[in-house]
Design a protein around this ligand. Structure first.
Ligand SMILES: Nc1ncnc2c1ncn2[C@@H]1O[C@H](COP(=O)(O)OP(=O)(O)OP(=O)(O)O)[C@@H](O)[C@H]1O
Ligand SMILES: [Mg+2]
Length: 317
């Protein structure tokens, strides 16, 4: 008798190899490869127009790929989109809600569409509306809800069928900090139950907080891959001090960092930045050089993102 290995937690649910997609003469994806493992929160990051939404749509067959291999739950979305969609809960970038319908009635309709048995529909909808703090608005028309409430309702819709993968395409864009926190908590809860999440976001703090692993997509290809901590260590270790932008600070930053290989400088919209191995080291270094920073901070995922994708605005910005 053969015994199946019981530990399948690292099995990959999604595998993309050299995926390409062209829209006419626009090559949106030029050979993107990554995998999503069972039980992880996987981040797909990249600048506007990097191809994140296109990749997501390819995963559930809403967009066809031009080339490459895609495997989702062992199925190919080019031929098995229906079976794949049944197991995905998607929070699309735009809400795409029927604004004339009432909240509860609309979710009951979706519950029927995703095959929840009639006897269980009401309880499931109620449970999710409560989880998203929307139960008190069940009778309101969707158009009467605020933007944050509509976004939470899209989460309800995505969670109805108890998906194996929750796909979140910029779930918290435009939301106030309290709503973002609330949604982060729900995503964490979903993850703690062993579910898998695919997240795209432009908020690097969101990615740093939620993602176990992520890739940075740039100009159609994966440019970096790893855990947030690992990427920071690899691309931007240490800490950064920011000096006000001025010619004098620029000249000084160049001069003092030229004299010590542990330190370097760059300029961005925040000002003149001096980078070094640790907060204490940068602080002491600048003090010795007679320079006064306006801010001192550890490197973060935003630094990695800018390092990997560049600090200039692209054609899509
Ligand atoms: N249906 C389409 N027809 C033509 N071009 C498209 C289509 N969908 C996407 N594109 C182009 O493909 C590229 C990638 O778009 P996509 O929406 O996937 O980017 P994104 O990474 O999701 O960007 P954002 O962060 O702004 O949401 C862009 O250049 C976009 O203009
Ligand atoms: Mg997008």
């Amino acid at each position: 008798m053969t015994i199946e290995p019981s530990n399948k937690t690292n099995a990959s649910l999604v595998n993309c190899r050299e995926v390409r997609k062209s829209f006419g003469s626009v090559e949106a994806l030029k050979g993107a490869s990554f995998e999503i493992r069972k039980g992880e929160c996987f981040g797909l990051l990249g600048p506007n127009g990097a191809g994140k939404s296109t990749l997501i749509r390819i995963l559930y067959g809403a967009t066809s790929r031009s080339d490459g291999d895609v495997d989702v739950f062992g199925l190919d979305p080019a031929s098995d989109a229906r079976s794949i969609k049944k197991r995905l809960g998607v929070v699309t970038q735009d809400n795409a809600l029927d604004e004339d319908m009432a909240v509860g009635a609309n979710m009951m309709m979706y519950a029927r569409c995703v095959g929840i048995p009639r006897a269980k529909r009401r309880a499931r909808v109620q449970e999710l509306l409560e989880m998203m703090s929307l139960a008190h608005r069940a009778d309101a028309r969707i158009r009467e809800l605020s933007g944050g409430m509509q976004r939470r309702l899209v989460f309800v819709r995505a969670l109805l069928a108890q998906p194996d993968i929750l796909v979140l395409d910029e779930p918290t864009t435009g939301l106030d900090p309290a709503v973002r926190l609330h949604l982060w908590e729900q995503v964490q809860r979903f993850k703690e139950r062993g579910s898998t999440i695919l997240l795209t976001t432009h908020y690097m703090d969101e990615a740093e907080r939620l993602c176990d692993r992520l890739v940075i997509l740039h100009e159609g290809r994966v440019r970096a891959e790893g855990s947030p901590r690992n990427l920071i260590q690899r691309f931007c270790p240490g800490s950064i001090a920011v000096l006000p932008a001025s010619e004098a600070n620029r000249v000084q930053a160049k001069r003092v960092t030229d004299s010590d290989p542990d330190f370097s400088w760059f300029e961005d919209r925040a000002g003149v930045n001096v980078r070094g191995p640790s907060l204490n080291a940068v602080e002491a270094f600048l003090e010795r050089c007679g320079l006064q920073p306006v801010m001192l901070r550890p490197s973060n995922l935003e630094d990695v993102f800018l390092e990997v994708t560049g600090r200039e605005l692209g054609a899509n910005d």
